[in-house]
Design a protein around this ligand. Structure first.
Ligand code: FCB
Length: 487
């Protein structure tokens, strides 16, 4: 993937996007943001393996990411999460920073192998102690804890036993969730089961660019279903525990929804869009909302001799009501159904889906910046999948930050990206989608998976030599915006 950023896009002014707002005039991003209600929730997000470090401390055992990072060539510069942001040792400092930034909520993830080493058996109390310290510090600081139970760091032993393609993993997930709930259920009010199951499916088990690095369509599809089953089983387990304890909570799941548009009106381009939307979006949304998998995706898979391993009762569990939907968004894709040589199928007879850049400004990841598609996506969610409050649980951008001698980064590009995407949220709200909050990805520069530390998404700079944290211009803008909207 080309990761250059066009120089003419390095310094746009923040919040000058021109998304179409409510009413007839074209509103600027800052005006649209001003239409958000005072009780809109503002947060920042991270995940365990990307920031904690301390991978061999207090009883934690390896996750599939610890293993994958040792595979030669898997991670840029041969990097790993051994130290990351050293957050494990810096909880009080980091929570104090969140408070200073004025965040309402902090989305983090819980490391399964820290809490339940090896992925089965009793809890590791020292691992739970860490999350308890974090949750208590957040509550003390007036920042709502918003934990995700699985953000990709599966215990290695469970991968050795078959990983997510093995149905057993879903049951192990519910046991692990119970251990976490028993310690923190009295203080956490929103539990998110999964983060972006589609990325685990496609990157972890199909293309193999993420841990565990497998490349099988059948495994990928089984991983998709078993993650969703795991979501359903966790929901069932936590609801039962909560009822016993008289402790209500909200159940959420976070999906990465990527809009796709056809390059032309050619039928094969529309087909490519249908397939991508089916495999990446509807494969997760439809069972949650309608208790069924999309018929066209089932057919596409059957044509490739792959079946979703659904058993009786699974869809009832998966489709049990949720209280909140987390949506992560970074970019959309324009697709062509033809390869560059004009063919519509590849050597294996598989229909072609080719990503075609639209010539839009791009982030350092090479991802095209498309806030209007974000507004459309959120509007579609409200229209086609109604009835559940939506939170944007991740959105943000990597840019080639240039710190000054004090470590300060004047990242007007990132502030503009965030402003234009928060404005898209306001646009979709005005169009009827019940969106109640926004979490920027990320609070910190951190370990960006296969890209290592080079791609910086933070609104707070981390100097990985000294572990010094320095809020960037985008963090100041965010704080100011929160203040303004709260009124
Ligand atoms: C998302 C992941 C998150 C982060 C961002 C950039 O897909 O959930 O951990 O890597 O992308």
């Amino acid at each position: 993937m080309d990761t250059t950023v066009a120089s003419d896009h390095l310094a746009p002014r923040p919040g000058t996007g021109t998304a179409t707002g409510p009413g007839t005039a074209v509103a600027t991003s800052e005006q649209l943001i001003g239409t958000l209600p005072p009780d809109f929730r503002w947060g920042a997000a991270t995940s365990a393996y990307q920031i904690e470090g301390a991978v061999a401390e207090d009883g934690r055992t390896p996750s599939i990411w610890d293993t994958f990072c040792r595979v030669p060539g898997a991670i840029d510069n041969g990097e790993n999460g051994d130290t990351a942001c050293d957050h494990y040792h810096r909880v009080s400092e980091d929570v104090a920073l969140m408070k200073r930034l004025g965040l309402d909520a902090y989305r983090f993830s819980i490391s399964w192998p820290r809490v339940q080493p090896g992925g089965r058996g009793p809890a590791n109390e020292r691992g739970l102690d860490f999350y308890e310290r974090l949750v208590d510090a957040l509550l003390e600081a007036g920042v709502e804890p918003w934990p995700t139970l699985f953000h990709w760091d599966l215990p290695q032993e469970l991968e050795d036993a078959g990983g997510w393609p093995n149905r057993e993993t879903a049951y192990r997930f519910a046991d692990y969730a119970e251990l976490v709930y028993r310690r923190l259920g009295d203080r956490v009010k929103v539990w998110t089961t999964l983060n972006e199951p589609s990325v685990v499916t496609t990157h972890g088990y199909l293309s193999g660019v993420h841990a565990p690095g497998r490349t099988s369509l059948a495994d990928a599809v089984a991983a998709a279903h078993h993650q969703m089953l795991g979501h359903g089983l966790v929901g069932q387990r936590l609801r039962a525990l909560a009822a016993e304890a008289g402790n209500p909570f909200e159940l959420a799941v976070t999906l990465n929804l990527g809009p796709a548009t056809p390059e032309s009106d050619a039928p094969e381009d529309h087909e490519a869009v249908r397939r991508a939307d089916g495999f990446n979006n509807r494969l997760y949304m439809d069972p949650l909302w309608f208790k069924r998998y999309p018929a066209d995706v089932v057919e596409d898979l059957a044509a490739r001799d792959v079946r979703i391993p659904v058993q009786d009762g699974d869809l009832e569990l998966i489709g049990a009501p949720i209280d909140a939907l987390g949506v992560n968004f970074y970019f959309g894709q324009q697709l062509s159904g033809r390869a560059e040589d004009g063919s519509t199928v590849d050597e294996g007879g598989v229909p072609v889906s080719r990503h075609v850049l639209q010539g839009l400004p791009r982030t350092a990841m090479g991802w095209e910046i498309m806030p209007d598609e974000f507004a459309e996506l959120l509007t579609r969610v409200g229209r086609e999948y109604p009835g559940v409050p939506v939170y944007v649980t991740e959105n943000g951008a990597a840019f080639a930050d240039e710190p000054d001698e004090k470590g300060y980064v004047h990242d007007v590009d990132r502030a503009a990206y965030i402003a234009d995407h928060v404005a898209a949220v306001a646009t979709a709200r005005a169009a009827g989608t019940d969106i109640r909050g926004y979490f920027v990805w990320s609070l910190f520069d951190n370990f960006e998976w296969a890209y290592g530390y080079d791609k910086r998404f933070g609104i707070v700079r981390v100097d990985f030599e000294t572990q010094q944290r320095t809020p960037k211009h985008s963090a100041e803008w965010y704080t100011e915006t929160i203040r303004r909207v709260r009124g």
